[in-house]
Write a protein that binds this ligand. Structure first.
Ligand SMILES: *Cc1c(COP(=O)(O)O)cnc(C)c1O
Length: 365
């Protein structure tokens, strides 16, 4: 038996007629940029998240960069995020010239520790970017409280968090801005790169619309600075089909997670904060024997990944910025966590094989 880390083919089997029709309608229209598909997707996605506005962009990374630009964050200012996240969260801060300031994450939930955020606030701090790790909520209520007290913006990095909830509300509906990625393997994935930004604020929305399209409202009439990062019509058409199934996908991911939790009696798993519901972008276990477990599983044709093998401050690119800083939980997580095969359409048989293999690894010595 061969168990890949993810396999999107089951999803495609379910959707292929709808997707082919959607793509064909774009081809028929011969309109590829800033057309009706994008316009419709933006209102449908805003509605799904429970946000007033949505702006489709080229990727989650671009969404984070544009969000910081729209809030006016610039050189010399500081933005707080966490040590355990995908590099793009920190890069976005660096790309606008600001300084990423890191805090540690909780060792049980892998989410930002809100108490640590308050300790890192200086008179240069402008924003906090909590990341809803693995599709589960960051402690957003506490983070919003701190932000309000210190007059800081909150940008939710919801790039993994489509369909996750806190207190019955969708992740991405809490901050000043939230950012989603439609990288193909995300809970809602395009057939290429894509991203979206959600906000309730009209002024921010208007800035984002200018920023993604060369700072123009009228063609070749450039009133503000901007770039080119737009979710294209083909991707928007694919995403509109998939959005109709997103709740089905999330429900299935929760069933798969529940099954793993029941089967895996020998390992620790990542916890979800109280009142939270996960979109389960990833299913992560923890073990001090992680590296040998990973090899053992690979020999049985079970493919796993690590999210992430290096915390932000340990990446060579940032070696000068974070010298002498340490974030013990994030460092521990980088050494012990393992993401198991997990995708829509994964069979019970595959899950049993993965769980049996893990249990036998731990019971054999
Ligand atoms: C995927 C991801 C991003 C970047 O999204 P892209 O669409 O790949 O640019 C940013 N932050 C987190 C936490 C992610 O998982």
């Amino acid at each position: 038996m061969h168990v890949p880390f993810y396999d999107l083919s089951k999803e495609y089997t379910l959707l292929n007629k709808d997707i082919k029709n959607a793509i064909d309608s774009v081809l028929q229209s011969q309109n590829f940029i800033l057309g009706s598909q994008l316009h419709s997707f933006e209102s449908e996605f805003a509605e799904y998240i429970g946000s007033n506005y949505c702006v489709g962009v080229g990727s989650g990374t671009d969404g984070l960069i544009l969000s910081l630009m729209a809030l006016g964050i610039k050189k010399g200012e500081e933005v707080i995020t966490q040590a355990n996240t995908f590099i793009a969260t920190a890069y976005a801060i660096s790309i606008v010239g600001a300084k990423p300031v890191l805090v540690d994450v909780d060792s049980l939930t892998h989410q930002m520790i809100s108490e640590e955020v308050e300790k890192k606030i200086t008179n240069k701090t402008k924003a906090i970017i909590p990341v809803h790790m693995f599709g589960s909520p960051a402690p957003i209520k506490e983070i919003l409280k701190i932000a309000k007290k210190h007059k800081l913006f909150v940008i939710e990095d919801a790039c993994q968090a489509h369909g996750g909830e806190y207190d019955g509300k969708k992740l991405g509906s809490f901050g000043d801005i939230s950012v989603f990625s439609f990288y193909p393997s995300k809970n809602l994935g395009a057939y290429g790169d894509g991203g979206a930004i959600c906000t309730n604020k009209k002024t921010v929305y208007k800035k984002l619309m200018m920023l993604r399209n060369y700072g123009q409202r009228i063609k070749y009439h450039h009133v503000s600075f901007g770039t080119n990062t737009r979710l294209d019509e083909l991707q928007a058409a694919v995403l509109r089909v998939k959005l109709r199934y997103l709740d089905t996908f999330i429900k299935e991911r929760n069933v798969l997670a529940e099954r793993y939790l029941n089967l895996l009696n020998s390992v620790n798993t990542v916890k979800i904060i109280e009142n939270g519901k996960s979109g389960y972008h990833l299913f992560v276990i923890k073990s001090r024997k992680r590296n040998s477990l990973k090899d053992y599983l690979e020999k049985r044709q079970i493919f796993t990944q690590i999210h992430y093998p290096l915390p932000i401050h340990k990446n060579p690119v940032y070696k000068d910025l974070f010298t002498k800083q340490s974030f013990p939980n994030s460092e521990e997580i980088a050494k012990t966590s393992l993401s198991l095969p997990f995708f829509f359409g994964m069979t019970e048989r595959s899950q049993l094989f993965v769980a049996d293999s893990i249990n036998s690894f731990f019971n054999k010595k």
